[in-house]
Design a protein around this ligand. Structure first.
Ligand code: AMP
Length: 438
């Protein structure tokens, strides 16, 4: 026997029937984002390393320790994308999208790569569904509208997936001016306490003191509690923007909470930042994060441009998807056809029955002459709504015996009535489409 391989640590296979749920969640995203005029963008899986060091920020954990970077055979430094905002903005600039009517609205769905310690809900290859609204926002009102629209779209998406126990945690990290003031205040507060800080936090004190507030270390919580608050250092413009965004969201009946500790791990955010948390997830409870970015397009070679976006962790989203939605997203499987005996005319008849049903749009697994036990096992694994049995008697009488899985009832159905009968049977199954309305 050859060497046995396993999926690399932190990666995993997604298998049927789960993949049907993934596909249905993604179909819901495409549908809902389409309602807001977002179109899909597919960027490459790897980019120049420098795109991320500049775009995500040198002081972020992603760039500091989590990137999958390598040198290609031409000696270029490449990185598997750890997130997609930088790549989407790169594409916006590269394709001169600033010349299109603004804003440009793009969404993406796909894998991301980060070298993190694998644990529940945390992988090295994981998946994100995200959206970026770039451009527009040239007036104060336009910027409020931009932030609100993106959060509303996200909220609608999660509601359509059947979530009810969600809260949008909102904060503002201020504009550049507020940030600078706050940074000075934080350094002045933490510096005398440096010997009580973890190594990570000490490093952040020099690189990005705001991120100390994000620390999960329990030993530091008391110090963080007493630290100066960003709210006390906000410029009047940032304060007014944040108030307006929260007001609009409340009017739209989005459940929001102001969380002044929320700073997000990426360096490019300005003003509004948000996360959506779900009660079911414990420590890794954020299924989604996002915010506005005012300097990123310029940082990546474009004109100063307002942007706002989010990324949903699809793996975690699926972990906490309400059970009813999950069940509704698993369509009934194919019918199973079985023949009684190995007579050539029976084999031929089951073959043509299977093809006839496929032409009518039904999925069919043709087992041939299989034992009852194995037939039931197939029906269970495939979640078949019914087993169709063809024997000598059925052939002679022009019928098929249909044994429905749900109640194990068995009845002879005329061949001419089979298609309408199976249609009726399928229609009694719950939702087949991904739209789940609560
Ligand atoms: P971020 O890009 O860090 O803002 O993350 C956005 C969302 O992606 C988070 O809320 C998580 O749900 C998800 N996410 C981030 N890192 C991982 C990971 N290593 N494994 C699984 N999901 C992740």
């Amino acid at each position: 026997m050859g060497k046995r391989f396993q999926a690399v640590k932190g990666t995993r296979d997604l298998l049927p029937p789960d993949t049907a749920v993934w596909a249905a969640v993604e179909a819901t995203a495409r549908r809902v984002f389409g309602l807001y005029g977002f179109g899909e963008i597919r960027t490459p899986m790897f980019e120049d390393t420098e795109l991320f060091t500049r775009g995500v920020g040198e002081s972020s954990d992603i760039v500091g320790k989590e990137m999958y970077s390598f040198e290609d055979k031409g000696g270029r430094r490449m990185t598997l994308r750890p997130e997609s905002t930088a790549a989407v903005v790169r594409a916006y600039v590269e394709h001169g999208m600033h010349a299109l009517p603004q804003p440009v609205k793009l969404f993406y769905i796909g894998p991301q790569f980060r070298y993190e310690r694998p644990q529940k809900g945390r992988y090295r290859q994981f998946h994100q569904i995200g959206a970026e609204r770039i451009g527009g926002g040239t007036t104060a009102g336009g910027r409020v509208q931009a932030d609100v629209e993106v959060v509303l779209m996200l909220w609608r998406f999660l509601r359509d997936l059947g979530f009810e126990d969600l809260v949008v945690q909102m904060n503002t990290v201020g504009d550049a001016e507020s940030r600078q003031r706050y940074r000075t205040a934080l350094v002045a507060y933490f510096e005398p306490l440096a010997d009580q800080l973890s190594e990570d936090s000490r490093r952040r004190l020099a690189t990005n003191p705001l991120r100390i507030l994000d620390s999960k270390s329990s030993a530091e919580q008391a110090l963080i509690e007493k630290a100066p608050k960003l709210a006390e250092h906000l410029s009047e413009a940032s304060r007014a923007h944040f108030r307006a965004v929260c007001d609009e969201l409340q009017k739209a009946q989005v459940r929001t909470e102001v969380s002044d500790r929320l700073v997000r791990g990426l360096d490019y955010y300005t003003n509004s930042v948000f996360e959506i948390v779900s009660a079911g997830l414990g420590a890794q409870n954020a299924i989604c994060g996002g915010g506005a970015y005012e300097g990123l397009v310029e940082e990546l070679g474009g004109h100063p441009t307002y942007g706002v976006g989010f990324a949903i962790g699809e793996d975690r989203l699926l972990d906490v998807l309400p059970a009813a939605s999950r069940a509704a997203m698993m369509p009934p499987g194919p019918f199973v056809v079985r023949v009684l005996g190995d007579a050539p005319d029976l084999a031929l008849a089951s073959f043509s029955l299977a093809e006839e049903l496929r032409s009518a749009g039904f999925g069919v697994v043709d087992l041939g002459d299989e034992t009852p036990a194995k037939t039931y096992a197939h029906a269970e694994v495939h979640r078949s709504p019914a087993i169709l049995v063809l024997g000598g008697d059925e052939l002679q009488q022009g019928t098929v015996t249909v044994r429905t899985t749900a109640d194990r009832a068995q009845r002879a159905v005329e061949r001419s009535q089979l298609v309408p009968y199976l249609k009726l049977l399928l229609s009694s199954f719950s939702v087949v489409s991904p739209e789940v309305k609560s």
